[in-house]
Design a protein around this ligand. Structure first.
Ligand code: SAM
Ligand code: DTB
Ligand code: SF4
Length: 335
């Protein structure tokens, strides 16, 4: 039985949620409330998500971020989904940190293709001081090109976020990935609190927070509700929420996980949109495995950002030409 309070978010409640982002937030989303959203009949859920989406965003516009892996493979962590963990044999070749010139050339291409944000990922548990020194030089240079900068470097020690902020870092990506209860099934080399601590460091430094998760790791709907509750209850909630559909890579423990029904992924996007109305919700990894019709459903459910460019970090992403063709077919414009 669905509570009437979650069946349809009244306009008064929506206003309150939005306003709370600017002041201190009192009302929080409970896991049962979010599960009730996920349990809605699909048309009701999409309608609610699309209505909220239109109040806060241009529903026909999508923001483009391009990814680059600045340091690849050999990571000491044991994230069960990740092809870059040293302990799994996935065929990913280790690559030391790329040179500034290589990164700048990729950033220039990303800009020429229409991306507005350049997101740099590194397969570290966390950066050492010399890594931060190199990253600050890179961030300054990318920023000078006129691109927004994003980095995802793992766990940050006190003081590191401030250094990144000073270099001009706009966003830090650090995913909670799943619910606290399911986390230990996927990762054992760190805990949920480590992630929350870094998110706090990023917030305190005044960097925008990019934080989301992965769907399709064998988790339950309850676990997806638990993830969305964690994200929506961050105070304030993240500016950017990437929702990844697990890319199954041979050699990782999660390879061979039973594929999750596509509509569950769309439902998760809708729940993110409803509970975090002002955030940019990114339809992230997994698009190469998705039909165009499913991607269109994700946009209807409130996704308004994608990773753009033929590669994610180590796995493939749709070609830019096919994304351009999709935008054309759907009448979407880019931000
Ligand atoms: N090492 C840093 C960390 O873990 O925060 C930054 C890089 S890590 C690759 C960034 C994010 O990519 C992870 O938090 C996870 O959400 C996502 N990711 C990694 N492998 C994935 C996969 N196979 N499918 C979907 N998302 C994945
Ligand atoms: C995010 O949430 N997804 C991106 C980005 N943030 C860093 C990474 C997806 C990685 C997919 C697997 C790979 O290409 O290695
Ligand atoms: Fe390392 Fe990040 Fe991959 Fe985990 S997700 S193994 S921390 S690169």
């Amino acid at each position: 039985m669905i509570e009437s309070s979650t069946k349809c978010v009244s306009s008064e409640k929506k206003k309150t949620i939005g306003d709370q982002q600017d002041r201190s937030r009192v009302a929080q989303w409970s896991v049962p409330q979010i599960q009730a959203l996920l349990d809605l009949p699909f048309p009701d859920l999409i309608h609610q998500a699309q209505s909220i989406h239109r109040q806060y965003h241009d529903a026909n516009a999508v923001q483009l971020s391009t990814l680059i892996s600045v340091k690849t493979g050999g990571c000491p962590e044991d994230c069960g989904y990740c092809p870059q963990a040293a302990r799994y044999h996935t065929g990913v070749e280790n690559q030391d940190m790329l040179s500034l010139d290589t990164i700048m050339a990729a950033a220039q291409t990303a800009k020429a293709e229409g991306a507005t944000r350049f997101c740099m990922g590194a397969a570290w548990r966390g950066p050492k001081q010399r890594d931060i020194d190199r990253m600050t030089e890179i961030i300054e240079a990318v920023k000078d090109l006129g691109l927004e900068t994003c980095a995802t470097l793992g766990i940050l020690k006190p003081g590191q976020a401030e250094q990144l902020k000073q270099a001009g870092l706009d966003y830090y990506n650090h995913n909670l990935d799943t619910s606290p209860e399911f986390y230990g099934e996927v990762i054992t080399t760190r805990d949920y609190q480590d992630r929350l601590d870094t998110l706090e460091e990023v917030r305190r430094a005044g960097i925008n927070v990019c934080c989301g998760g992965i769907v399709g790791m064998g988790e339950s709907r309850l676990a997806r509700a638990g993830l969305i509750a964690q994200l929506a209850n961050l105070d304030p909630y993240p500016e950017s929420v990437p929702i990844n559909y697990l890319v199954q890579v041979e050699g990782t423990p999660l390879y061979g996980t039973e594929a999750l029904d596509s509509f569950e992924f769309v439902r998760t996007i809708a729940a993110a949109r409803i509970t975090m109305p002002k955030a940019m919700v990114r339809l992230s990894a997994g698009r190469r495995q998705m039909a165009e019709t499913m991607q269109a459903l994700c946009f209807l459910a409130g996704a308004n950002s994608i990773f753009y460019g033929d590669k994610l970090l180590t796995t493939g992403n749709p070609e830019t030409d096919s994304d351009k063709a999709l935008f054309e077919k759907l009448g979407l414009r880019t931000l």
